[in-house]
Design a protein around this ligand. Structure first.
Ligand code: NAP
Length: 406
């Protein structure tokens, strides 16, 4: 331990400790870290902060910061902090952001705990009338997640065009809520919140703070030499959609595609080869058995069936994996491949969930209308056409390869 370096008592999975580590890394403050063991808390930590919860930051002059938000402030307001780093703190001081943080640390956390650990709070005094687990979940959604989604519809971060301390203050708690039942979280009609959460989950900053340290030992934090002033979305895999749609928006009928267009299948292969592809279980079912998993690509299939992968008999994790939600599928792609793009290849349910997260859509627009029961996602006004190639198939059917971006 270096006596001139702050010492952070931390616990990797604690959301309060995550926000403190994120702020220290954003600010580029060097620190030592002690990853505690909950059942064997270090005596030195208890001497410094008898309340016994992390994070605790012990400064070289002996001063102790016992609240995560005080650590965030201390880190971002260092005397030598750049204007960018100081803005992380100042942009968190607006009335809206202060109210969001208070809601997160107060009522949202109250309901989150009772949704996550219903058995711990079962006989709680004062909890009258007792709320069910489902009611706690619903209150958490209404109190914080819905207002957050509304805020994030107006700007990508709570700091506006750039993140601020409120983003990193709330993110670990929203992530915890989402992880309780990822499929239900994905199904919430909160697209801006989904996009924001996915951005932080996939950020290098989050990857850096989740670095594993040996337990019950003091280590110099390995990333302390690398200030991280933004999540750097350019290093995350980009999420692209690829689909063929009829002129009336149909993409499928009775579990298959209502047209035969080999030129489109060749285009699909050319475009996605080498990159991970993500699909819903019904789209997997629609692929001819001899072509699946699609070769030369990691196939990630989203299903709520826990035993789905085992039921396929495939065991090569570089070819096929399953995920219980879109977010988990994207995490698998990021962890398994080094590719910069993930192609979401349907069907209608998965396109609808992925559209808010996507930055490009490669669409085969077929001139003709077809009967169907599965439809293309709606691309809103923020999408713009950037390329269009017109073709006529050997069968005489007209179609165009069109690229949209935002
Ligand atoms: N034209 C094109 O480019 C194109 C491309 C792809 C597909 N398609 C067509 O689209 C149709 C299939 O689309 P679809 O909307 O019916 O099905 P789909 O999106 O392919 O798959 C739906 C399935 O995905 C799983 N799923 C969906 N959301 C989930 C979530 N949030 N969490 C966990 N699992 C989730 C569920 O699987 P479980 O039931 O196993 O839980 C669900 O039944 C077919 O007709 C196909 O041919 C067309």
């Amino acid at each position: 331990m270096n006596p001139t370096t702050p010492l952070l008592y931390t616990y990797r999975r604690c959301p309060y400790a995550m926000r403190a580590r994120m702020a220290l890394l954003v600010a580029g403050v060097g620190f030592d870290a002690h990853e505690i063991v909950l059942r064997d808390k270090p005596a030195a930590m208890l001497r410094a902060s008898p309340k016994g919860t992390v994070p605790v930051l012990v400064l070289p002059d002996g001063a102790v910061l016992e609240q995560s938000w005080h650590i965030v402030q201390w880190a971002l307001m260092q005397p030598n902090a750049t204007a960018d780093v100081q803005r992380w703190w100042s942009a968190a001081q607006t009335a809206d952001n202060v109210a969001l943080l208070q809601c997160n640390d107060g009522p949202f956390k109250h309901h989150l705990d009772r949704y996550k650990y219903p058995e711990r709070f079962a006989g709680e005094a004062g909890n009258t009338p007792a709320l069910s687990r489902e009611e706690h979940r619903q209150r958490a959604v209404e109190l914080l997640l819905q207002p957050l989604n509304t805020r994030l519809a107006a700007a990508p971060y709570l700091g506006g065009d750039a993140p601020c301390a409120t983003d990193i203050g709330l993110f670990p708690f929203v992530r915890q809520f989402a992880a309780i039942d990822p499929a239900r979280f994905d199904a919430l009609p909160l697209p801006h919140l989904h996009r924001w959460l996915a951005g932080w989950v996939h950020s290098p900053l989050f990857a850096a703070v989740m670095h594993k340290l040996p337990s019950n030992a003091v280590c110099t934090w390995p990333h302390n030499h690398r200030p991280m002033s933004s999540p750097n979305p350019s290093s995350q895999p980009r999420i692209h959609l690829i689909y063929a749609r009829a002129s009336n928006g149909v993409i499928g009928k009775d579990g298959t595609m209502p047209w035969h267009l080999p030129e489109d299948l060749a285009h699909f292969k050319r475009t996605t080869l080498g990159c991970p592809v993500v699909m819903g279980r019904k789209t997997w079912d629609s692929l001819p058995a001899r072509f699946r998993p699609l070769p030369g690509r990691l196939n990630v299939v989203i299903s709520r069936q826990a035993d789905w992968l085992a039921s396929t008999g495939f065991t090569d994790k570089n070819s096929l994996q399953s995920a219980c939600s879109l977010l988990e599928a994207l995490q698998i792609c990021e962890q398994t491949t080094s590719q910069q793009a993930v192609w979401v290849m349907g069907g209608a349910q998965i396109y609808a969930q992925a559209e808010p997260l996507a930055s490009r859509a490669v669409v085969t627009e077929i001139d003709q209308a077809y009967d169907g029961d599965a439809y293309a996602p709606t691309l809103g006004p923020d999408w713009r056409e950037v390329a269009r190639e017109r073709h006529v198939a050997a069968s005489g059917l007209g179609y165009s390869f069109v690229t949209y971006e935002r």
